[in-house]
Design a protein around this ligand. Structure first.
Ligand code: ZN
Length: 155
């Protein structure tokens, strides 16, 4: 069923229910739709009621586009210089490593191996190692972490 707001030639507005739009057209053409006020059969559709218009509009409307990817600003920031909060985190990590670990410099890979095989005191160490050295350590089952070594926060 569909409800049309109708208007006769004399300006009377009224509403009437029809099976569908085609049913209204047939009845109106046949002079079967008459104004309840003056009996005029020269009626025309006025605006449809908002409720009907809303339902029909929603049905035909395409899906709303998905919201823009929230990751975009993050990706943009990652491509540029380190965000301040990341830099601060890395500086805190560096300070913590320097406080609790021994610096072994270029001997890192060798010392890590000695610790792993019980030839040196078990402790946290840090130092420099090439990617090849780090990979060799990993293959021996020695856990190493590569960190971006940022300037100290205190300069
Ligand atoms: Zn009328």
């Amino acid at each position: 069923m569909i409800r049309f707001s109708l208007r006769c030639d004399n300006g009377h507005e009224f509403e009437s229910w029809f099976k569908d739009g085609a049913a209204y057209d047939r009845m109106a053409a046949a002079g079967l739709v008459e104004c309840p006020v003056c009996g005029d059969t020269r009626v025309a559709k006025a605006l449809m009621t908002p409720a009907i218009a809303k339902v029909r509009g929603a049905k035909g409307r395409p899906e709303a586009p998905p919201p823009a990817a929230a990751a975009t600003p993050t990706a943009r920031a990652a491509a540029g210089p380190l965000p301040a909060q990341v830099l601060a985190l890395l500086q805190r990590m560096r300070a913590e490593i320097e406080r609790s670990c021994d610096y072994v410099g270029a001997d890192f890979a060798e010392e890590a191996r000695r610790i792993h095989y019980g030839e040196a005191e078990a402790r946290g160490i840090y130092g420099e190692a090439s990617e090849e050295e780090a990979e060799a350590l990993r293959e021996e089952g020695i856990e190493v972490a590569r960190l971006p070594w940022v300037p100290r926060s205190d300069g």
